[in-house]
Design a protein around this ligand. Structure first.
Ligand code: ZN
Length: 219
């Protein structure tokens, strides 16, 4: 076994970084018959099978409370293992992804699926759409720099949406925002997000969807 890989090193590379996580990872490998008590190395040809066993046996999260909460629902009998953020199966180490998933979760719980985002750049919108892919949340986004929104288009978007988010920290000419705010139906909740960034937008929208203070204050 001169070319054996130290099991602890292998586990650390797979996101089992703490002593407790290594203990959990090792238990999975032992249960899968890939190693046994007392062995410190593993043959390289077993590593692929070992990785597959770890995937089947453990759900790795970064330890963030939201990742732990969202991850708990997809445990499916797996061990919950905390480790480095880049191995987190929920956020993949991205605050934006985590916030988008929290928003999608709030939408699912409260029967909301259609969000109208007024403001933001095409790049922001593309990232948001990407993060919300396959979550059931639909977006209509109004480019803050677009100057040619007709009243008819605004009314169509407003009639469709279940929540309007005015993203005020991004380039948003008054002429564009007012075409939406002035025509907003009384029963369409609206929030204004003053902070920059996808994560901030998602966090505030999630609070509003869940009926948090932001939506009650501005309804
Ligand atoms: Zn995470």
């Amino acid at each position: 076994m001169t070319d054996a890989v130290p099991i602890d090193d292998f586990l650390a590379r797979e996101g089992f970084a703490t002593a407790w996580a290594r203990h959990q990872g090792r238990a999975i490998l032992e249960q899968s018959g890939l190693t046994r008590a007392g062995k410190s190395g593993i043959a390289p040809e077993k590593l692929q099978r070992a990785r597959e066993a770890l995937d089947r046996g453990a759900l790795r999260t970064c330890g963030d409370a939201e990742c732990a909460r969202l991850g708990a629902r997809r445990l499916d009998g797996r061990l919950a293992v905390e480790g480095p953020a880049e191995h987190c199966e929920v956020c993949h180490g991205s605050n934006n992804r985590r916030a988008a998933l929290v928003l999608a979760d709030a939408c699912r719980s409260h029967g909301v699926s259609r969000l109208l985002i007024v403001g933001g750049t095409p790049a922001n919108h593309a990232e948001l759409r990407d993060l919300l892919t396959a979550t059931g949340v639909e977006l209509r986004c109004v480019d803050g720099a677009a100057q040619n929104i007709t009243k008819k288009e605004a009314l169509s978007d407003l009639g469709w949406a279940q929540l309007m988010v005015v993203w005020a920290s991004t380039p948003l000419p008054h002429k564009v925002s007012v075409s939406f705010t002035a025509e907003r139906p009384a029963d369409l909740p609206m929030i204004t997000v003053a902070r920059r960034g996808i994560a901030a937008l998602c966090q505030e929208a999630a609070l509003a969807v869940a009926g948090g203070p932001a939506s009650r204050r501005r309804r």
